[in-house]
Design a protein around this ligand. Structure first.
Ligand code: CAA
Length: 447
């Protein structure tokens, strides 16, 4: 069977940066370490006044196509995953195609376009759709452009405000991919949950503490479901484990449970038993509560062991390096985590060709998905072509007052667009260019 997977990746960050420890924490009267240590975040990315989900997605896709020497004829579908859409009918992919048609000679009239919604897991679902389309043989030799783009804003004063972010990840899904081949095996954990939702409103209704528990519960189901088709997972199976990363502290919790689950009945559990005992087993307890308490105590000790720390530092921590600087990108977050881990490997001269990644996506509402990916021989060139460090370094750092201004500019209920002043000059990129006759958003390319 021909390999199908991710052939190219581009990351586009919002051009503004809010420093959480230096700027946000003092304004909120918080200890900076709540952000840097507790949540694991240093900064958030925000879109400048002329940026939005369309410009970030189109700019990422444009760079990807230019770099790969592609024309619209090479693209058979454009799927956008977002939970920040501004139109309940016309998909964001049409706006992005419209942007790209301004800079390419050909059009995308032949391309199937759509928009995927299931909170943050929709980016992974769009990759799935592209994978299935290619596997079904309906692609006529073409590739799919998958764009995960979000402006993750919370109402001011919401606890989620600390985890905001904005950016897009564009991915090319093709036969014989250069970056990773996707496994056929997948695991799902999906349930009707009300942890985080936006019932026809821009800013989410969030039960933050519960959302953390729902993430863990659905992820646990997805891991078990994956094991039911792919076999029992051992912690050494995966060289990197990119998770959906609303904030790195969330991944720290998920990773501890993943490690605990995958060392059970292995030589690692036996080796650790000398120091911290074996994992509690439910049959040894009279009540669920006593079992859960004992598991909690075991986990607290487990994460302090050298074995766990070594595993975490090698397999999980590298996937969090970009996220720490940009915050939550919702649909793009797990794809940023994958890119971050690969970038770390490249910078540390690791030979990853043939290595296996375990990719764990999550979307509120709620669904987790787990699959494996095999790193392909072209990964180094692809990851070396990313300019994400340059983009991060060039961000304009906003004061708290400027943050409040830009938050208002992007608030759909506030009429600030007319006088919205940008903090950075646009150059060589698509920009928001006002409103059209039917309430549509308009875009133009700035040389
Ligand atoms: N030094 C070190 N650590 C500190 C600290 C300090 N001074 N002060 C606090 N901390 C730690 C806390 O102990 C806590 O860590 P633990 O959870 O490990 O105990 C962490 O920092 C955060 O502190 P709080 O729990 O007090 O923070 P909070 O209540 O203000 O907000 C939150 C946390 C509820 C997750 C909030 O950020 C939120 O609502 N976020 C949005 C929802 C979200 O991202 N949920 C994640 C799962 S859902 C999902 O993944 C989908 C999605 O993308 C939204």
């Amino acid at each position: 069977m021909t390999a199908v997977g991710i052939d190219a990746i581009e990351i586009r960050t919002g051009k503004l940066e809010l420093d959480l420890a230096e700027t946000f924490a003092p304004a909120k009267g918080d200890d900076p370490e709540k952000y840097t240590k507790g949540l694991g975040l240093h900064a958030s990315s925000f879109p400048d006044a002329y940026e939005d989900i369309v410009t970030m997605g189109a700019n990422a896709a444009h760079r990807l196509m230019e770099r790969k020497g592609l024309t619209p004829a090479d693209i058979g579908r454009i799927d956008v995953a977002t939970e920040s859409a501004f139109d309940n009918s016309k998909p964001v992919s049409t706006y992005i195609a419209g942007c790209l048609e301004q800079v390419f000679d050909e059009d995308f009239h032949h391309a199937n376009k759509g928009e995927r919604k299931f909170a943050c897991v929709a980016g992974t679902q769009s990759i799935d759709d592209a994978y299935n389309w290619i596997r079904a043989g309906r692609h006529r030799g073409r590739s799919a452009l998958v764009i995960a783009t979000d402006t993750a804003l919370y109402a001011r004063g919401d606890p989620g405000e600390a985890t905001q972010g904005a950016g897009a990840v564009a991915m090319l899904i093709s036969e014989d991919p250069d970056v990773v081949e996707l496994s056929t095996e997948q695991g799902f954990g999906s349930a009707d949950e009300t942890d985080f939702l936006k019932p026809n409103q821009q800013f989410p209704s969030v039960d933050g503490k519960r959302s953390v528990q729902v993430y863990l519960a659905r992820m646990r189901e997805a891991v078990r479901d994956f094991e039911s088709v792919a076999g029992t997972i051992h912690p050494d199976d995966f060289t990197l484990l990119p998770f959906h990363t609303p904030f790195p502290g969330m991944v720290r919790k998920a990773a501890a449970l993943a490690y605990r689950h995958t060392i059970r009945d292995t030589e690692i559990e036996e080796e650790l038993a000398e120091d911290i005992g074996r994992q509690p087993r439910p049959e040894a307890f009279d009540s669920d509560e006593a079992y859960v308490d004992a598991m909690g105590e075991y986990t607290d000790e487990l994460v302090e062991t050298d074995q766990y720390r070594d595993w975490y530092d090698r397999v999980v921590d590298p996937t969090l390096e970009i996220s720490r600087e940009v915050g939550n990108w919702y649909t793009g977050s797990v794809h940023v985590a994958r890119a971050s881990g690969l970038k770390h490997a490249l910078e540390n001269d690791m030979d990853l060709t043939g290595a296996t990644l375990g990719v764990a996506s999550y979307g509120s509402g709620a669904q987790a998905e787990v699959h494996a990916e095999t790193v392909q021989s072209g990964w180094e060139d692809e990851i070396a072509a990313l300019n994400v460090d340059e983009q991060l370094d060039n961000r304009y750092s906003i004061s708290y007052e400027e943050y409040e201004h830009i938050h208002d500019v992007h608030n759909h209920d506030k009429d600030t667009d007319a006088e919205a002043e940008a903090f950075t000059p646009p150059e060589g990129e698509f920009v928001f260019d006002g409103w059209g006759r039917m309430g549509e958003r308009k875009y133009r390319y700035v040389e």
